[in-house]
Design a protein around this ligand. Sequence first.
Ligand SMILES: NC(=O)c1ccc[n+]([C@@H]2O[C@H](COP(=O)([O-])OP(=O)(O)OC[C@H]3O[C@@H](n4cnc5c(N)ncnc54)[C@H](O)[C@@H]3O)[C@@H](O)[C@H]2O)c1
Length: 282
Amino acid sequence: MAGKLAVIGAGLMGSGIAQVSAQAGWDVVLRDVTDAALTRGTDGIRASYEKFVAKGRMEAADAEAALGRITTTTDLDAVADADIVVEAVFEKIEIKHEIFRSLDKIVKDGAVLASNTSALPITKIAAVTERPEAVVGVHFFSPVPMMQLVELVRGHKTGDGTLAAARSFAESVGKTCIVVNRDVAGFVTTRLISALVVEAAKLHESGVATAEDIDLACKLGFGHAMGPLATADLTGVDILVNATSNIYAETQDEKFAPPELMRRMVDAGDLGRKSGQGFYTY
Ligand SMILES: NC(=O)c1ccc[n+]([C@@H]2O[C@H](COP(=O)([O-])OP(=O)(O)OC[C@H]3O[C@@H](n4cnc5c(N)ncnc54)[C@H](O)[C@@H]3O)[C@@H](O)[C@H]2O)c1
């Protein structure tokens, strides 16, 4: 399966989605608001293809052909004839609403309108369109070329055909899907990692075990590739405090309330790998 794909937003995720899709044979229109953002996006894609070629995991000619299948634009009208549109702009509901309102007016009937949101309810995004049955979540993970999972998220009115088309698309670019049948806060993945990180941070905060031992317990006891506190450092302690706070706000379930230690780490700028200090020192 391949056809015409539009990706809205040429940041980390949008450019990654464009990259794997073009590689799989999709004709991709990549749209951002500035030429500078588009250049950053396509430079990143080119550099990533070059790495795959250097490692012998992709032919140079295939990389060239894939790059040739990506066109860039700042004009939203250029996505009108896409079979599937994947929105990957900032995680702000107002910006997503503005885009989905416009997409609803210009994109052809029968197209799938997908959002790569990490946590915003699909139902809320779809509500500004006249075709909520065509709206679905396709949650890719970072870095897109390396991570196998796509979380498909059903909004309250997502149609079965839309979900099936989203699955075909994700599988066509080499991913494996799980289906989230109701768009609960945090979907499945963010909900699970939030519960684990919150409990791990509480155990660490109360002196029950060191960060190293908590992570070792998950690695050696459960076969996790990475412990929860190392994962928090990699993702960003601030990102996880935000995610868990949002889930807590919606569910009022104490197990998602971010512990004081994590909130103070954010206040102090100890955000994990990106700041050089989190649960570990880098
Ligand atoms: N970063 C991650 O690890 C990750 C993982 C899964 C999902 N997500 C989700 O994917 C989405 C994008 O995240 P990201 O990390 O790629 O963000 P990013 O900041 O790297 O990129 C966002 C891009 O959107 C562009 N943009 C803003 N408004 C726009 C508009 N109106 N039209 C077109 N482009 C516009 C920006 O110029 C920027 O290039 C968010 O919803 C995020 O929650 C992120």
